[in-house]
Structures are given as C-alpha cells and as structure tokens.
Design a protein around this ligand. Structure first.
Ligand SMILES: [Mn+2]
Length: 335
C-alpha cells in the first residue's frame, strides 16, 4: 500500500479521487459520542459521495444528541450493530478521529482490504489511513471538507451548508476559539450565501433547552462560590438538585463553562456528586494554569485548559481538597 500523508491546507485531491474512483461502496464514520463537527461533516460527506454515484453507508457509535436532530439525515444513521457483519465495503472515510480506536464498535465494519481515507485536524493523529489529510490549523473537519469541495468543484446545497455550518460553529465554540481564522469566516460566509441561517442554527444547537435544564442551571448557579481572591470559581451539582429539577445527568453538560464567565477567574471547577462516596470533577482554566496536570495526578486527563477526573470522596470533602490544589497551582504559576 502506498501511504499518502498531507499536512497541507490543500486537500490531496488526486489521492482521494483515486481511492474513491476504485470504490463503489463507501462507509463514512466518525468518533464515538458524535459532536457537531463529527456529525455535520459525516452527513455532508455522505451527500458528496452520493453525488459521485457511490453507495454510501453511515454509521454512528452512541446516540445523536437531540440538538443536532434538525440536520437532514441525522435521524437515519444506523449504529454498528444494525449492520450485517458480513457486509463489505470498498472504502471507509474516517472523519475527526486521531486514531482508529475512536470509531468504537464501528471498527467491526472495517473488512479486510478496505481502503481508508483519514481526514482530521487533531495534532496527535497517528496516520492510520491509506490517504491521510491532517491539517491541524483548521478549526474543524467541516472546514477541511468545504475546501475539498471547492477543489473538487462540488457545489453544495442548503442542507449541506447547514451541516458544515453546524460543524464549524460548534468546533469553534461559536467562532470564539483561537482556531477561528480568516479562512473559517470566509467559509461560513459562503455557507450563509448558500442558505445556512446563522440564527436558526445557533438557536437550535444552543438556545433550545428544556425547562428542566434551565431549572438545573438556576440551582447550580445559585450556589456559586469564589475563592483565592476571586481567582477560583466553583460550582457544585448534587443528586438532590437533579431530582428537584427533574433533570437527567446529561443536562449538566456545559455547566462548567459558567465558571470562566467571571472577570478575574483563572480556574474553575464543577463538582458533580456521583454518590455519597464519589465525586466527578470537571476543570477549566485560562492564563497558563495547567489543569490537565492536576487531573493526571488523580488518574484523569484532558487538555491544558480543560480536564476532568473522579475522586473517591464525598462532594464536601472534594470541594475543600480542590480549593487547596487549585490555589497551589495558581500560586505556583504566579511565583
Ligand atoms: Mn473537530
């Protein structure tokens, strides 16, 4: 096998075309627990492949979050278990996965002889494909896919514009992260021209919460605490709050982000009561405070400014402990 690796903004179009031209059935997969970039790009890629006359199969690992169900085709993605294990594909397009393990049980569909195209923007991508297009400067795989379409002359419709807009919007934190480049904004401008509606899409994804979620946010914010001269912000979520709000566990997603909305805060944490003996902690930071190092000490992991771990302590004990650990990290950074 002749391995092609490109770390360029321009897609390795010839290599991608060569593999696709020799394939009639194509599997399109992304990572487990799909996010907006994974799902939006997967759907957009399927449209492109159908346009090329391919027999396209999509697969998911995990539920599609309801906030993305407005995307055309999002309700018709089977799980890996729904496929006949004997079914064979000529090619697999794997999106947004630094390694092949990230596709989860969908890997059972990778029959021998399948040709793999790997498109990603993660720094630690291990180049598992026959064709690997890894451009880490891109905000999202959605952005890369748009560039592929431009190069190949594929003209997108409104449904694809919405899928790619959702991919880029979510992976840039609504065009807020540093990965948001002039090119990102040019691309979303073109997507709007083709019919993506910025307000409608943003509202569907971010401002379409259930009353139970809003009640839960209210309860958690009501207990907000500041420590260490206002540099640390803590939030706590108890089982009782979930019960009283009649909210599911998943409705606390994103709550930790509130800890960094305050002026002066450099480290934030959400403590989530798992049970009377165990507490799950999500950390956020800015200004050079390394929270992955803290999480690693407790067997967790993540990124420099976002990490998490679970401790065998009741919530109140974990809270005291965490204030000490975060204060030390801030003092070390300042000294
Ligand atoms: Mn992404």
């Amino acid at each position: 096998m002749n391995k092609v690796v490109s770390h360029d903004r321009r897609p390795p179009l010839d290599a991608i075309r060569t593999v696709l031209e020799s394939s009639s059935s194509v599997l399109v997969a992304s990572h487990l627990d799909p996010d907006g970039d994974a799902l939006g790009t997967q759907l957009a890629f399927a449209a492109y492949l159908r346009h090329l006359g391919k027999e396209v199969a999509l697969v998911r690992e995990g539920e599609i979050p309801s906030k993305y169900r407005f995307l055309e085709g999002s309700n018709d993605i089977p799980s890996a278990d729904a496929y006949d294990p004997a079914r064979r594909f000529d090619c697999a397009v794997i999106l947004e996965c630094p390694n092949i393990q990230r596709i989860g049980r969908a890997s059972r569909l990778l029959n021998s002889g399948i040709r793999v195209i790997n498109i990603d923007h993660h720094r630690d991508n291990d180049l598992f494909g026959e064709v690997n297009w890894i451009y880490i400067v891109a905000s999202s795989v959605g952005e890369l896919t748009f560039d592929l379409y431009v190069q190949s002359g594929y003209e997108i419709d409104t449904a694809v514009a919405e899928q790619l807009y959702t991919a880029i919007m979510t992976d840039t934190g609504r065009f807020r992260y540093r990965s948001t480049s002039p090119r990102t904004m040019e691309i979303v401008g073109k997507l709007i021209e083709v019919g993506a509606d910025p307000q409608a899409i943003c509202d569907r994804v971010y401002f379409n919460l259930e009353p139970s979620t809003m009640k839960l946010i209210g309860k958690v914010l009501n207990g907000i605490e500041f420590h260490h001269d206002g540099q640390i912000c803590l939030l706590a979520l108890t089982r009782e709050m979930l019960q009283k709000a009649e909210a599911a566990d998943s409705e606390s997603d994103g709550l930790v982000d509130y800890t960094l909305f305050n002026a002066g805060v450099v480290a934030g944490a959400l403590l989530k009561e798992v049970n009377s003996r165990s507490t799950k902690i999500s950390l956020r930071s800015k200004d050079g405070i390394n929270v992955t190092e803290i999480a690693a000490r407790y067997g967790g992991g993540g990124h420099f400014n976002a990490s998490g771990f679970t401790v065998d302590m009741p919530l109140e004990e974990a809270r005291g402990h965490l204030i000490t650990v975060l204060s030390e990290a801030i003092d070390r950074h300042e000294s």
